[in-house]
Design a protein around this ligand. Sequence first.
Ligand SMILES: C[S@@+](CC[C@H](N)C(=O)[O-])C[C@H]1O[C@@H](n2cnc3c(N)ncnc32)[C@H](O)[C@@H]1O
Length: 469
Amino acid sequence: MTLPLDSSLQPGVSLVVTVDRLDRDGAGVAEVRAGAGLFRLHVAGALPGESARAKVMHVSTHAFAQGRDAWADLEEIVRVSPERVAPPCPAQHRCGGCPLANWAYAAQLEWKRGLVAKAIAAQEELARVPVTACAPSPRPFGYRANAKYVFGHDRDGKLVLGAYAPRSHEILDMSGCPIGEPALAEVAAALLTLLAQHAVAPFDEIRRTGLLRYVVLRANADGKVLVALVTGREIWPKGEALARELAAACPAVLGVVHNINGTAGNALFGEQEHLLFGSASIEDTIGPARVRLGPRSFSQANRLVAGRAYHDIVTAAARLGTINRVVDAYAGAGGIALALAPLAHEVVAIEENPAACATAQAFLAECGPGDPGARVRFVAGDVAEHLARVGSADLVVLNPPRRGCAMATIAAVAQLHPRLVAYLSCNPASLARDLAALARLGLPTVGITPYDMLAQTPHVEALALVAKD
Ligand SMILES: C[S@@+](CC[C@H](N)C(=O)[O-])C[C@H]1O[C@@H](n2cnc3c(N)ncnc32)[C@H](O)[C@@H]1O
């Protein structure tokens, strides 16, 4: 799109643009020439191949090599993509949680494969690494096994379990969200009714008034749910009564935990926690693994897709023959360690979160001597530090957070002389960077599989298999 030479792209200008791709947040991107400049206009809600009328809201002051970024609000789709579908949620555009829900699922999968392939191709050490098709989520909706709600008032003053709207402090009601497993919505609705009956007030971080901040729910494959109620204050005399009433109203509730987080900022949980009702943890089956999760353990969002990735790691490991030692770095609740335990003499699982470690260790302590879980040793602490103490390993599994591995971790992996490294990642850019570093240390990548762990969102998971030269 070219604007007349004397015009410029200013906030408030409305124009029709043609979208040719999506940005990393899943918003449409159109190239716009205005005056002497080139602009990359981001239009949330517009799809590749569509023409859209959009109103410019913000123009970046920072220039990139060819021009500047600008953001516009979608006003009207002028030419509709044949891949556009009706999202099942009326709040899809306002909420921003699943920006791809208006795009045909096959197109989402192809785009996600492309994201991974592009990040990999950008590293010269990985130039010829094959990237397979993106493995779909068996359930494109209703797949999310955990939910985090903010407790507060929406813009109509209604008390809700919701989420913050993008770049704002407005709370959106999440009661109709189609992404979570059905058991979560059922428990959230029953809980909200009880919170109103008990006159529980939302915690106000500035004034330090009220009580409840967040609610975190985890569902397992049997439809049971673990509830964590995070308050800003410690004293909650009626907490146990409310938890009992919730369990009576909702048989899916397995346990209710009270976590206290009085700190300012974005941390979800505090360190102090006690049980209000039932069990303080929940067991789940993820592919070949049975795991136990506490409220603060990391848990994979999509059980079925994570299970498929775990299966693929086990299949690759089985090709190694005899396995003496496996290291599962960034182990979380130990799902991958437990999936690999039947194949190995010993599995060392390294995890820095003490609460997740304690839950996993208590679970493993219940294993009988013949149980493969008895071969898993959980170590609490930093991966880079503990890898250096392991000595050697046939197989190293890496599953770090978005930032990827520290360079010291990559060096320590190479020092273990593994025959196979299985690197499961939620960020193609840090994955590609770390795989290039491994390749330079004599550990080249042989293939990559993307997985659609978070369907309808711009996120993609990928498993890289790295084998010794
Ligand atoms: C993406 S999760 C992976 C969990 C697990 N592999 C699974 O499949 O559920 C990353 C985990 O790494 C842990 N972690 C992050 N940085 C770490 C570090 N430097 N050392 C040890 N663990 C770390 C986090 O606490 C989190 O549990």
